[in-house]
Each structure stands twice: as C-alpha cells, then as structure tokens.
Design a protein around this ligand. Structure first.
Ligand SMILES: C[S@@+](CC[C@H](N)C(=O)[O-])C[C@H]1O[C@@H](n2cnc3c(N)ncnc32)[C@H](O)[C@@H]1O
Length: 201
C-alpha cells in the first residue's frame, strides 16, 4: 500500500528569521497571501489583476519559499518571504503604509489549526498578533480568514468579537471567485468552509 505523506507543521515560534521590505517601486495596492504553500492562490489573483496589484507572498517553510521565488521570479509585482509572518509583518508592511500605499487584503487561507491548548499560540491569528497590528494597520485593509476547521473558526471568532475596534462580517463564497488548493481539497470532501472578513475601526 502506498504510504500517505504526512506534512509536519513548522513551529512558527521557533523560526527567528527576520525580514525587512521597503516596498514595491510603484504605489499600486498590495495583497498579502499568508501561508501560501505552492502559491496557487496568488497565481490566480495575478491572472485576474495582472500588474494592477502588488503581491506579498509569505510561507514559513524555506524550501517551499524557494520554490515560490522561482515560480514568481518573472513578476516584478510579487515578493516572497519565508519565516513566521507574525514576526515579520510589521517590518514588511509598515514601510509601504508609511508611504500611503494601500494594503488592500490580507488573506489567511486555511492556516494550520494548532488545536492543543499549549500550541494555540502558534496560530497565525492570535490576540497577541492582532494587538500588535491594530493600532497601525489602516481601517481600509480587509483581513480574510477562511478555514474548514470549525473549532479554529469558532475560537478565532470568539477572540475577535471580544476585542474592541474590529468590524467582522461572515461571508460564504470564495473571494474574487478564486479557490485555494486546500479549499479545493476540502470542497472535494464536501467539508463545510467557514469564512470571515474583518477590518479595524
Ligand atoms: C494548511 S496550509 C494552507 C495553504 C494555502 N493557504 C491553501 O489554502 O491552500 C497552511 C500553510 O501556512 C504555512 N504557515 C503556517 N504558519 C505560518 C506562519 N506563521 N507564517 C507563514 N506561513 C505559515 C504552512 O507552512 C502552510 O504552507
């Protein structure tokens, strides 16, 4: 019988990689793909929006990030960062915000769920991360979180709802009609997909 490949999650708290990004050489709005895996989601957005948008692609796994750099090397409007996105978010985003560039959308598509209580601080959306960005990420930036993991979704919703200054809206179809690789797999298994969009107010 063929062996099933098991993907081990990378502990983001153990990755100390630091990046800094001055921004793109134009002021087009920026879309961020957090936990991009093989980059299929951003590739489809590129097919729709071309050079009208810039894309920041984040993937903690270094070998994958290397593949992503190759995949996107011919696009001047895409940059790829490895390492933990929550550690690097301010350093790679804030210089663009300081130049008044719009950060349009931050996609957190099907992040690793980290169910055990002692592992929950490894999630991408934690209270600590949101507190670290809520004062400087502009209100027009849309954060999009999608998952098939109900427990993760419920706990994240509860956390967001308990914080002041966040507007939250549940929605039910793939943004821009674009599905992710993980989403396609879950749709094939007939799993429910939970989606929320939020912004700071
Ligand atoms: C379950 S996969 C989902 C991939 C893709 N977004 C999709 O929907 O098909 C989660 C991805 O997030 C990456 N990841 C997990 N934690 C991360 C972090 N703190 N920073 C950047 N990437 C992370 C993982 O390596 C993995 O590729």
């Amino acid at each position: 019988m063929a062996k099933k490949r098991v993907r081990h999650h990378v502990n983001p708290l153990a990755d100390m990689t630091e990046h800094y990004f001055d921004g793109f050489d134009n002021d087009n709005p920026i879309t961020i793909d957090v936990g991009a895996d093989r980059g299929e989601f951003t590739m489809q957005l590129l097919e729709i929006f071309g050079e009208r948008k810039n894309f920041i692609v984040c993937e903690i796994r270094k070998p994958l990030a290397e593949k992503l750099r190759k995949k996107f090397e011919k696009y001047r409007n895409v940059v790829v960062f490895d390492g933990d996105v929550t550690r690097n978010f301010e350093n790679i985003i804030r210089p663009s915000i300081d130049r008044c560039v719009t950060i349009e959308e931050v996609y957190i598509n099907f992040p690793d769920p980290w169910f055990k209580d002692r592992h929950k601080k490894r999630r991408v959306i934690t209270e600590r991360f949101i507190c670290s960005v809520i004062d400087w990420v502009p209100t027009q930036t849309n954060w999009i979180f999608q998952t098939d993991q109900k427990q993760l979704f419920d706990e994240t919703m509860e956390m967001l709802q308990s914080m002041n200054g966040i507007h939250i809206a549940i929605f039910d179809t793939s943004p821009h009609g674009v599905t992710t690789k993980w989403e396609n797999a879950k749709i094939a298994q007939e799993s429910a997909i939970y989606r929320v969009r939020f912004h700071f107010i």
